[in-house]
Design a protein around this ligand. Structure first.
Ligand SMILES: [Zn+2]
Ligand SMILES: [Zn+2]
Length: 202
């Protein structure tokens, strides 16, 4: 059996006890020292970068803004797909066309999500994409307004990914195993969901 070693302390970790953060394995001791999960959406957070509610619960930027802070600016990180969007917006403006295309919103700490975002590029209906910790019970967390599209895609493509209904609207959480083993299918799923015309504006 192949062994997993903690990214931080190097100890061997039994398969059942491995904790994942940003696609790296940790022992539970090191994980608990450095990471935590968003109270709302389950995404992995670096403790020092999490937002804390008055009750001391950790939240990711996205959920924290939605819950507590209506004034704070959106994630200011700009990457390749954002640049393409800006170029397209300027060009459309020059030619007097309007566009409501956008890029996926992601937690920029996550390397795989950044790759997915760049692969997907500009979409008609941007959604918020986040990384899920792997669970037995589900591999996708899907806002109710995206649910029909996701289920239809999975059915048409013969994928038996486990889905639960998540909070909010236009939010899609993808487990580590899907991000790692089904990268292509994940891209197709996101492209299909963000093309649909039944979505609410993000
Ligand atoms: Zn460790
Ligand atoms: Zn969150």
């Amino acid at each position: 059996m192949c062994k997993t070693y903690c990214t931080s302390c190097g100890d061997a970790v039994a398969e059942d006890n491995v904790r994942w953060a940003f696609d790296s394995p940790y022992c539970s001791h090191c994980f608990d020292n450095a990471f935590t999960y968003c109270e709302e959406c389950d995404c992995v957070l670096i403790q020092s970068e999490a937002n804390y509610s008055n009750g001391g619960y950790p939240y990711c930027d996205e959920c924290y803004e939605n819950e507590f802070d209506d004034d704070s600016p959106n994630n200011p990180d700009v990457d390749e797909s954002d640049r393409k969007l800006i170029i397209e917006l300027s060009r459309n403006w020059l030619f007097g066309k309007s566009t409501n295309k956008g890029t996926l919103k992601i937690n920029a700490n996550d390397v795989v999500l950044t790759r997915i975002k760049e692969k997907v590029g500009l979409v008609d209906h941007p959604i918020y994409l986040f990384g899920l910790k792997d669970r037995e019970e589900y591999q996708l967390s899907v806002s109710s307004n995206l649910m029909d599209n996701v289920r239809e895609f999975l059915m048409l493509n013969g994928l038996d990914w486990k889905v639960v209904e998540g909070i909010g609207s236009n939010r899609l959480g993808i487990s580590l195993s899907i991000r790692e083993n089904n990268f292509k299918e994940a891209i197709q799923l996101i492209k299909s969901v963000t093309k649909s015309h039944t979505l609410q504006p993000a």
